[in-house]
Design a protein. Sequence first.
Length: 233
Amino acid sequence: MLDLELQLKNPVWHSLGSTHQKFVTEYNGVKFYNSEVCAFGAFTDESKTAIAVNEYINTSSSFFFVSENQIPIIDDTKVVLDKKIEGCQMVLNTLPEVSITENIVLLDASYMDEVYDLVCLVMPGYYKKRTFEMGRYYGIFKEGKLVSMAGQRMQTNLFIEVSAVVTHPNYTRKGFAMQLIAHNAQGILKENKTPILHTNKGNFAISLYEKLGFRLTRDMNWWLYHKKEDDIG
């Protein structure tokens, strides 16, 4: 069994090789999530990525490769690099005491559309409805509406990633995100797994994550590609 440190160096790859194996689509030794669930891919050998991408791009018009320091090779007659997001990985060290004053609800599948709408309002473009299937989601409701949430995404037998931490613009600065992350992390720790998260460098939320005991560990870059227009349709 691989240790935690090795898994965290390539989290998408190891998630698809264990807990999320049911979502894997593999081409030429490169692993991708089912594009209806999450458009992420990962690799160990960059020389194999061009052939794999040319297959996967037929199922998803855009996708991310996630890597610590390897640079994927692509066929630029088929796909185009939109941008490289310089990200970072954070791992929970010790969870401090956090006062949970809100009623936090475990969201079942009946909330899938509401989750999707809230994430797309705050962070449009990256979340799919079936991303909900990747892990547990928790929410806070006000006046019968979901106004803040935190979910789970990549995971193995050793770690679970906290993700989709969003709050409706009308309900920010109320401590909802801190409570949701803490609640989520508590549940992960009870499973004897390590909570992690990913964000972009310079994100103002990093200070919040650090208050909750997360520490920066490594770069984790996100290469966003889309299908070349000449090949669409």
